[in-house]
Design a protein. Sequence first.
Length: 283
Amino acid sequence: MKRLFPIRLRSRLRHGYGGQAWQAILGGFLLLCAVALAGELPFPIGEELIYNITWNGIPIAWSKAVTEMDTFEGRPVLAMRITVNTYSFFDPICKVEDFYEGLIDPETFLPIRFEQNLKQRNYRRHDITTFNYQTLMAHNIHLPKGTTKDYKIESVSRDILSYMYFMRSVSLEENKVTCDRVMSGAKIYDIFIKAFKIEPIDLPHYDREIPCLTIKPEAMFDGLFVRKGKATVWVSRDPRHLLTYAKVSTPFGRVSMTLHEVNGPGNDFWITEKKDGDKQENK
């Protein structure tokens, strides 16, 4: 372990920098996933995506993103849930147990409720935001303290998780820039999606190379790597518009995320051409 993670880096992670690192890295990957997105949903209900996350080439974590129909306060909602967990060997360095949930109106595809519960080494954050598009107000509560904040939203405002799935309905074009507005915390920020050329990406469970659009997102967020434009992602050109690969350069090293597995309903190549192999060990 000492050879893999220098003493200085391990010390910074253990004494308060671990949460900051993962907050930037994983929060950034939510932003990266966002560039991966009409009447009809661009993904099947019940879809499950498994990702491998590496740090300087070393697998350290996995992430799972699922969609399903649910109910909230007696109304049907589309639920989107993402979990991120480090592997057990990495827990003494910087244990991560993150959970994100977005409840979406299936007709308007606007968010109803967004929750994030982050546990990153000694960093904790748990808050819930609810949205009212009749009054154009959002209500945020920070747990466990119970502090609240109300702020104005726009008629098409989305949190980062609902935006992530909404954008899968958008067919981005080569050599063009798309601009949107996304909520982060209690503010609304501009996000710029810069699309470049199409490149083939190899994935572990598929024989074919996946044609993907190369994208570099930039935003007026506090995340250092986003502001400096050091993030690159590759999004598949098929109707699902899946994030297949992402890489980010951070002060803590290079982080990458690779699509490991696609599960759930469907009869496209993501399901029918998936190779049998070792299943993801989510431990």
